[in-house]
Structure formats: C-alpha cells, structure tokens
Design a protein around this ligand. Structure first.
Ligand SMILES: Cc1ncc(COP(=O)(O)O)c(C=O)c1O
Length: 445
C-alpha cells in the first residue's frame, strides 16, 4: 500500500498528528471495516479498541444501518433545513425525545460535536439576552474538561493542552475545580460519587460568586474522556447542575463522548437524574457512521425566542439535519431496541471489568485502573530511574506497539483506555487485554 501512503503524504494533513510523527508511524490505509475490525489493503485486521474516536456503537458496517442509508439516499439525499423539513429529521427528533428522560421539548441539529457545543453556548447567551439578563455574558467550565476545537468550544475546554496555542483568541471563562475520583476508592461512580468532595464545595462556591454574570456552566457528566478518562462521578455532576439551576445559570451537558450507551444507559445524565437545559450529542448519534450532532433543548426554553421583540436563533449550518445521517441515527436507535443492547450491556461491562483487573494485576507498570460502563482506563508509568521511553512520547510509543500487534489503541499520554463498540465479544475483549498487556510490557518493561 505504499503508493497510497505516499499519495496521502503529498496531499493530506491529518488531525492531531505532527508531520514529524508520520515518518515514524504512517497512517494505516483502511479499505473496509466490519464489526469491531478494520481491514487494510493487504487484508490485515486491526481491532478497533476505541470505536474510531468513540463513534461506532453497533460495530462497523452494521447491515441494518447500511440498508437505512441506502434506502434514504435513493429517496432524498439532501435538502436545506431552513424552510424545509423531512421525515428522517422529524422521526429522529421524536425518537430522541421519547427515549431521553422527560423534560426535553425540541432538537436542534448540527454536523459535529464542536458545532453542537457552539450552538448550546450561543443559545444560552441569546436566551438571557432576550429575557433581559444582558449581564450574563460568561461561561463556566470544569478544569481538565474537553468540548471540541472550534473557538467557542475551545474556550470552554478546561485543559491547556488544547487551549494553549490559541489562548489570546479565546473568551475568558470561569474554571471550576473538578475531582479525580479514580485516585480514590469509590464503590460506584454512577450514583453519589463526587458530591461531597472538596472540589464540589469549591465549585459551588465559585458558581455562587459568579452567578450574576454567568450564562451557563458546561459539564461532561461522570467522566472527562479526553481529560485522560478522569472520573468525576454522578454525585458531583448532580450537585453542580442543581446549584447552577438554582442560581438561574443554564446547565449545558456535553454527552458527545458518553451518550448512546457508553456508560451503560442511553444517556449518562440518567445516572444522576439531571435534566440539563441543553444537552449536546454527536459521535454515536448516527451509530457512529455519518457526521451528525444535535442539542436536546429543555421544554419551554424556546419561549424566549418566540415573543415579538425577540430574534430567531442566529445560527445555521449548511448540512443541518442531513436526511441520510438522520436515517442512520434513526436506524441506530431502533437497533438499540431490536438487539436489546442496553439490557445486555451489564454482562459486557462485567466481561470487560474481568479483563481490566487481570491486565492491571499482571502488569507492574499500571498505576491506576478504573472503569465506567464500557469505558476502561489504565494509567501506566515509566521507570523514573531508567526511563525506557527516552523521547517522552509515551502515548505514541504505546500506540505504535499496539498497532504492531493488530489493535488500535490511542493512549492519552500515560493513559491507555478501551472504548470498543458496545457489541464487542469475549474473544475480542481477550485480544484487547492480551495486546494491552503485551504493549505495556514491550514499551515499559
Ligand atoms: C466531550 C466532547 N465534546 C466535544 C467533542 C468535539 O466533537 P467533534 O470532534 O465532533 O467536534 C468531543 C470530541 O471528542 C468530545 O469528546
């Protein structure tokens, strides 16, 4: 496949990739994908241990979704969504509202996660502007959070790793502390964990201090995925959300990474019983097959945009509610019912937990391991006296070693994680575990 890689190198610029690293680890030319597997042009199989950036829910190429896409593209490929509507968008919005906990009234579609975050931020701001609260011009976020990389979404990232290069361009936000519960022993991250931490007390105090100027607080529920899979807990999420709503500050929940079953329920917010004002979804929304995102909007929120002096919501994307992507999303939600995926998930979660514990117990270089639903993570460490990864590129070295063994892992520096399709089977989990262990041993000894 060298000619395709050479052509790629001549004309393409890849996301989150340094040109220098491409010499060491060129892209893999993937020709097809099925279930949990990617296949390159030579027929080599790679196990997709991270659902291709957390997208694939039912596995790649699920025939039910492929057929829905085929049928839709033959009927209606695309039509603009201002002044027009269509069955797939209406049906998907109805289905989302029906499956989500009660309290949502409307859906606004977009085409990527960052766009959903931009929409939520702007919608909150314009809401306050139109209801006479023009002093609410700032946003609060959590330290170590990630919300995307367009300017607004980047500004509300609580991590310098993403923000630093563009800091002078970004709006000033209030950064609240967040706990890292994996550092402690917690019985179940999905219930009350995090509510009584010092970080929760400090975050509530900061919200109270800034309450009058805040438009919204944006929260990743239970876990900060790009923030090295740091568990913050359902209790922390509930406490911050309740404090914000008591203070008239909107709650924007970002379930772009954790929605659609990753935590064991359709939405992670269900564990905490929180109904945010605005809830952002993407990635698994189309089953992970086509670019699609949306914001679920709390019932009645739209009234601030309906009165005579108010303006329409000033936001539009060309491909809003693309019919093919919506048809894929609808098929994906129907598949949850047809395969009883969520009901079967507890057994998958336990199967993953057994392998996670075995890897952690068998590897001297694993420091912390933790799991939330179908997301497992391990923190690994080098020998400080005699480091084996001498160029400091631990994540890259681990990724390279796993790929050489036929598994796609994309560690976040020292944090290896698993987030396979929810349909992953026992043999695939065995392989994920065996390769993770071999990778840690090969790179760190
Ligand atoms: C929690 C969270 N929010 C927002 C985004 C941004 O989504 P996108 O990459 O589709 O713009 C991501 C992407 O990983 C994410 O994990």
């Amino acid at each position: 496949m060298s000619s395709l890689i050479d052509r790629d190198a001549r004309v393409l610029w890849h996301p989150a990739t340094h040109f220098h690293d491409l010499e060491r680890l060129p892209p893999i030319a993937v020709q097809r994908a099925r279930g949990s597997w990617l296949f390159d042009h030579d027929g080599n199989a790679v196990l997709d241990g991270i659902s291709s950036w957390w997208t694939s829910v039912h596995g790649h190429g699920h025939p039910r979704i492929v057929e829905a896409i085929r049928a839709q593209v033959e009927r209606l490929d695309h039509v603009m969504f201002a002044g027009f509507t269509h069955e797939p968008a209406v049906a998907l919005a109805e289905s989302l509202i029906r499956r989500a906990p009660p309290g949502y009234g409307k859906v606004f579609f977009a085409d990527c996660g960052s766009a959903a975050v931009e929409i939520a931020l702007k919608m909150s701001f314009q809401y306050h502007h139109q209801t006479g609260q023009t002093q609410r011009t700032r946003f609060a976020t959590l330290a170590n959070s990630y919300h995307g990389e367009t300017m607004g979404a980047l500004a509300v990232c609580g991590s310098d790793a993403y923000r630093d290069a563009f800091a002078p361009l970004l709006m000033d936000v209030v950064e609240l502390p967040a706990p890292a519960l994996d550092r402690h022993e917690h019985a179940d991250l999905r219930t009350d964990a995090g509510a009584d931490t010092p970080e929760a007390d400090a975050a509530v105090a900061m919200l109270e201090r800034h309450a009058d100027e805040l438009s919204a607080v944006i929260l990743e529920p239970l876990i900060q995925c790009a923030g090295k899979m740091t568990m913050t807990g359902a209790g922390f999420y509930r406490r911050i959300a309740e404090a914000a709503q008591r203070l008239g500050v909107h709650v924007i929940t970002d379930e772009i990474a954790v929605g659609f079953g990753r935590t064991g329920r359709l939405l992670a917010s269900e564990w905490a019983g929180v109904v945010p004002d605005l809830l952002c979804l993407s990635k698994g929304l189309s089953g992970g097959v086509l670019p699609l995102a949306c914001v679920l909007i709390r019932d009645g929120f739209e009234r601030a945009f309906a009165g005579a002096p108010s303006r329409s919501f000033m936001h539009s994307h060309t491909f809003t509610a693309n019919p093919i992507a919506c048809a894929a999303g609808l098929a994906s939600l129907e598949l949850f019912d047809e395969t009883r995926l969520l009901a079967k998930l507890d057994a998958r979660v336990e199967a993953m937990a057994r392998r996670r514990r075995a890897v952690a117990e068998g590897c001297a270089r694993v420091r912390h391991h933790r799991q939330l639903g179908m997301i497992a993570a391990f923190e690994v460490f080098d020998d400080p006296a005699a480091p084996r990864v001498l160029d400091g590129r631990l994540g890259l070295a681990l990724r390279e070693a796993a790929l050489a063994r036929g598994v796609l892992l994309r560690p976040l520096h020292d944090t290896i994680y698993w987030m396979p399709p929810l349909t992953v089977d026992d043999q695939e989990l065995d392989r994920l575990a065996a390769v993770t262990r071999a990778t840690i041993e090969a790179v760190l000894g």
